[in-house]
Design a protein around this ligand. Structure first.
Ligand SMILES: Nc1ncnc2c1ncn2[C@@H]1O[C@H](COP(=O)(O)OP(=O)(O)OP(=O)(O)O)[C@@H](O)[C@H]1O
Ligand SMILES: [Mg+2]
Length: 341
């Protein structure tokens, strides 16, 4: 079975062709970062306009790379998957409209995919030994969530951020430090040259809860900068390293505590912040120490991409088939994670 997958939930327009066992035949991603950078965040109206501009060229390239054209589309593509939420309303509609138009013209079934399920299952693309039960940690621009994946499509929610998502905390910290957007990768790069012990930022473990909170570290950074404005490059790198250390240690501590408490032998990361080099290192080291297998997707599958949507769609249709109600096919900007029926 070949699935054409479309992802437009935020600021990446992406199309992928995914075949059986989530094998990726093409995965084209067009990022809008340059458009939004001057605003230090994604501007919804601009995002929708960019998706409208980009969807057709991205679609054509993804089809071409997978050996599909309009003449053989009917034979080569069996279903069309799309991100139906959560995300920006206008952005989601562009992807949904493209998916629904293709499904209608070529008479193909549609598979609605929750964007978070894309992040949860993205490791499965490269590693088929990712099998429930496992602990999923989603760390992205809009989410920080700990969820037990009891089975494919069966979830037990443990906790989430009470304020900023991990990616948002990195981006806001970067802005305070006069760095550009998105700040996560810039702080990560600078941190490699800094001393992580230079500033002792708080570790918000929130003992007794599986929730996260990153607003405290952010305020600690703001207060620190009021007293100690950035002096030079070395000082800036030290602050970046100390900030990154605090976020990474907090995420790692809580994820391993949860895995141990619930007897889970696998931790699976997903979302743009799982690109962070210290987070990757700490999780792999702690996994070895605690005999817990850690899966982290390759960088290309961490931030938004349609391959992960195609992968989640592949797992979903295996369990639920190819018929979804009109209600499930509606785009919903605040879609919650729901068990598959
Ligand atoms: N190396 C890195 N270190 C820290 N953060 C990073 C790194 N690379 C990317 N990020 C952060 O990842 C975020 C983007 O991730 P992603 O594309 O998954 O988020 P999103 O799709 O906008 O949010 P969501 O998936 O919650 O809807 C940004 O906040 C960015 O700063
Ligand atoms: Mg995302």
């Amino acid at each position: 079975m070949n699935t054409l997958a479309i992802e437009t939930s935020c600021d990446e327009t992406s199309v992928s062709v995914v075949s059986d066992a989530a094998k990726i035949k093409s995965n084209v991603v067009s990022s809008q970062i340059n458009v939004h950078a001057k605003f230090f965040g994604v501007v919804p109206e601009l995002a929708s306009r960019e998706h409208i501009k980009n969807i057709n060229p991205v679609l054509e390239t993804a089809l071409k790379e997978a050996g599909v054209n309009w003449a053989n589309f009917s034979n080569k593509i069996d279903a069309i998957a799309f991100t139906c939420g959560p995300g920006l309303a206008g952005a989601l509609l562009v992807g949904a409209l493209a998916a629904k138009s293709l499904a209608s013209v070529f008479k193909k079934p549609l598979i609605p995919v929750n964007h978070l399920e894309g992040h949860i299952y993205s490791s499965y693309i490269e590693n088929k030994s990712v099998k429930p039960p496992f602990l999923s940690l989603i760390i992205s621009g809009g989410h920080t969530e700990l969820i037990i994946i009891k089975d494919f499509g069966k979830y037990e929610f443990l906790g989430a951020t009470r304020d900023d998502a991990a990616g948002e905390a990195f981006d806001k910290a970067a802005k305070m430090l006069g760095l550009s957007y998105p700040g996560g990768p810039i702080i990560d790069e600078r941190a490699e040259f800094g001393n992580c012990k230079a500033v002792n930022f708080t570790r918000p473990y929130l003992k007794g809860s599986w929730d996260f909170s990153f607003s405290g570290i952010k305020t600690a950074l703001l207060n620190y900068l009021k007293k100690e404005p950035v002096k030079n490059e070395k000082h800036l790198n030290d602050i970046c390293a100390s900030f990154r250390q605090s976020v990474a240690e907090t995420l790692c501590f809580k994820a391993f505590e949860a895995a141990q408490k619930f007897g889970l032998k696998q931790i699976v990361l997903g979302g743009g912040v799982s690109s962070n080099s210290l987070i990757r290192k700490l999780f792999m080291e702690s996994g070895k120490k605690n005999k817990i297998k850690v899966y982290i997707p390759s960088l290309v599958y961490c931030s938004d991409n349609a391959a992960m949507i195609g992968c989640a769609a592949y797992l979903k249709q295996k369990k639920c088939g190819l018929k979804y109600s009109a209600e499930l096919l509606k785009s919903n900007p605040s879609l919650r994670l729901k068990n598959w029926k």
